[in-house]
Design a protein around this ligand. Structure first.
Ligand code: HEM
Ligand SMILES: [Cu+2]
Length: 560
């Protein structure tokens, strides 16, 4: 019996382009964000390749110094505001959150659609600024240079200002949905850990983002009306700008990484087919991370001339942030201990994440130490550190989540072998690009420099070739996923044998998520109690349940 796409699914019903433009369906809104962030990742990724090409040799290669300043600024600003902040919460989170809690949609569907259009509106401002005269200040828009430079700072910062509201409204929607829309029986300790992570992220989105909005508004006012706030020439204080900016941007890095940590918890439990170790510790560590993230912003300013006492306090608290994160990593390792791990593509990304994010996290601890940071601040060590966290962490987890939920989102299976090859190429390309940058930085190579002394050339070249391989890896992933949309096999309800509720509906889901009202039957990780019939549809294809390749049939029994 071969499987066919269910007629009643959210991709097909309701019909017509207009139904997508005015959709209130969280699943469709998630896909709209997915398309937009993919485009922005491609643009910012291309800019990254231009940066790396320019740095292949010292001196001018493909662009002059001014253009270089604009290119790395855009790379960073697009990656941060248009790709990574909405990537997991607004794209994957929008699709999966209501499904995971057994709800028909988010609490405020109209606000959800409005958040999408605010995102589009903010992107238009950002794109306009690129076309007008791309900003050359760095993605942090530090004053007084951003007050005086002739590039289009106002439209870019207004773009970031507007995008912030899309993030705030999405956060409000998620908080109310988690409180009010859970299926009967789904108490807080029955929630999937992805939901705890999205909930903690939403708290930061709602509480931190207004600070960025105010800061950028003040910068626009100073530029526009000459009101002295940050520019010393106007009687302002540039360090005040840094305090305001990082008071948002440090918690913002947790808006980027917390949802990623949520995805990894789901992948580790599903592909270890084991009850997750220390559920409550992992759940509460998300809230602990959200809370401590508000207490460390000035560790970005150890060289700004702040007092030694202030620097010592921020350094001390920074070490604490590592504790709740460490809890997650240890609990994942203990969950995998003695498990029969199913090494599918999403799990390959999960294991890559643990390796890469640990390097990112540990080098963050180095940088929390005052004496070390003063030496490494504004060098390539910093560039390597945040790429290990944001790319080795969030982007890798995003890819893991995308491959995990792809069969559910589109009802199609991608080629598993291509999936694992893509993950391997990305892992190798990534480490080739960023590992040498730790060495370059510790040898004194400053960031944001268009040229360098000859001694650095071999490592820079190695890093550049690595980035080309990394780029190829992303292209391969894009190609086989697009291929699966047209020629992929139909996906069953629950290809991975996962116990969370989104796998109880069809692939793709019914327009209203479930055909009947959901009531919780078992916990999200009760693999010791429930052996879900994950092989059901796989055996329909005659797939071997361990390799996923065509082969022998295997019976399954429900223990409950
Ligand atoms: C696709 C592979 C990527 C490569 C090859 C790459 C490469 C680089 C390089 C070489 C720089 C340093 C430029 C300089 O200081 O002169 C840089 C800066 C930066 N990158 Fe990436 N990057 C990549 C992906 C990402 C991702 C996924 C993010 C975050 C989501 C990101 C965020 C940033 C930020 C914020 C900066 C700082 C820009 C500034 O100094 O203003 N990058 N990137
Ligand atoms: Cu920080």
């Amino acid at each position: 019996m071969s499987m066919v796409m269910p007629k009643m699914n959210y991709l097909a019903e309701p019909k017509g382009l207009w139904s997508w433009i005015v959709t209130y369906d969280h699943k469709r809104i998630g896909l709209l964000y997915l398309a937009a962030i993919t485009l922005f990742f491609a643009i910012a990724g291309f800019l990254a390749i231009l940066i790396r090409t320019e740095l292949l040799y010292p001196g001018q290669d493909i662009m002059d110094a001014n253009t270089y300043n604009q290119v790395f600024t855009l790379h960073g600003a697009i990656m941060i505001f248009l790709f990574i902040i909405p990537s997991i919460p607004a794209a994957l989170g929008n699709f999966v959150l209501p499904l995971m809690i057994g709800a028909k949609d988010v609490a405020f569907p109209k606000l959800n659609l409005a958040s999408w259009y605010i995102y589009v509106f903010g992107s238009i401002f950002a794109i306009y600024s690129i076309l007008a005269s791309a900003v050359d200040t760095g993605w942090t828009f530090y004053t007084p240079y951003s007050t005086t430079t002739g590039t289009a700072v106002i439209s870019m910062t207004l773009g970031a200002f507007i995008l912030g509201f899309s993030s705030i409204f999405t956060g409000i929607n998620f908080i109310v949905t988690v409180h009010k829309m859970r299926a009967p029986g789904m108490t807080w300790y029955k929630l999937p850990l992805m939901i705890w992570a999205l909930y903690a992220t939403a708290l930061i989105q709602v509480m931190a983002t207004p600070v960025l909005a105010i800061t950028l508004l003040l910068l626009v006012l100073e530029r526009w009306l000459g009101v002295g706030i940050f520019d010393p020439a106007l009687g302002g204080d540039p360090v005040l700008y840094q305090h305001f900016f990082w008071f948002y941007s440090h918690p913002a890095v947790y808006i980027m990484i917390l949802p990623a940590l949520g995805i990894i918890s789901e992948l580790i439990a599903t592909f270890s087919h084991k009850k997750i170790f220390g559920y409550k510790f992992i759940a509460y560590s998300s809230l602990a991370i959200a809370f401590t993230s508000f207490l460390v912003w000035a560790h970005h300013m150890f060289t700004s001339g702040q007092s030694e006492l202030a620097a010592m306090i921020f350094s001390f608290i920074t070490f604490f942030v590592g504790v709740p994160t460490g809890i997650k990593i240890f609990n994942w390792l203990l969950t995998m201990y003695k498990a029969q791990i199913d090494l599918r593509t999403p799990m390959v990304y999960a294991l890559s994440f643990i390796f890469l994010f640990t390097i990112g996290g540990l080098t963050g601890i180095f940088l929390g130490a005052l004496s070390v940071d003063i030496h490494l601040h504004d060098t390539y060590f910093i560039v390597a550190h945040f790429h290990y966290v944001m790319m080795g962490g969030t982007v890798i987890a995003f890819l893991g989540g995308l491959h995990f939920w792809w069969p559910k989102m589109f009802g199609k299976l991608y080629n598993e072998t291509a999936g694992r090859i893509g993950a391997a190429i990305i892992f190798v390309g990534f480490n080739m690009t960023f590992l040498p940058q730790f060495v370059l930085g510790s040898q004194g190579m400053p960031r944001r420099y268009w040229t360098y002394v000859d001694a650095y050339q071999p490592l820079h070249a190695f890093s550049s070739y690595g980035s080309f391989i990394l780029g190829l890896g992303f292209i391969l992933v894009f190609v086989y996923l697009m291929h699966s949309l047209i020629w992929g096999r139909q996906a069953p309800k629950n290809i991975w044998g996962s116990l969370t509720m989104e796998w109880e509906t069809t692939s793709p889901p019914h327009p209203h998520n479930f055909e009947e009202d959901k009531v919780l039957q078992h916990g999200p990780y009760d693999y010791d109690k429930v052996l879900i019939d994950r092989d059901e549809a796989l055996t329909d294809y005659g797939y071997d349940t361990t390799t996923g390749e065509p082969g022998e049939h295997r019976e399954s029994v429900a223990k409950e």
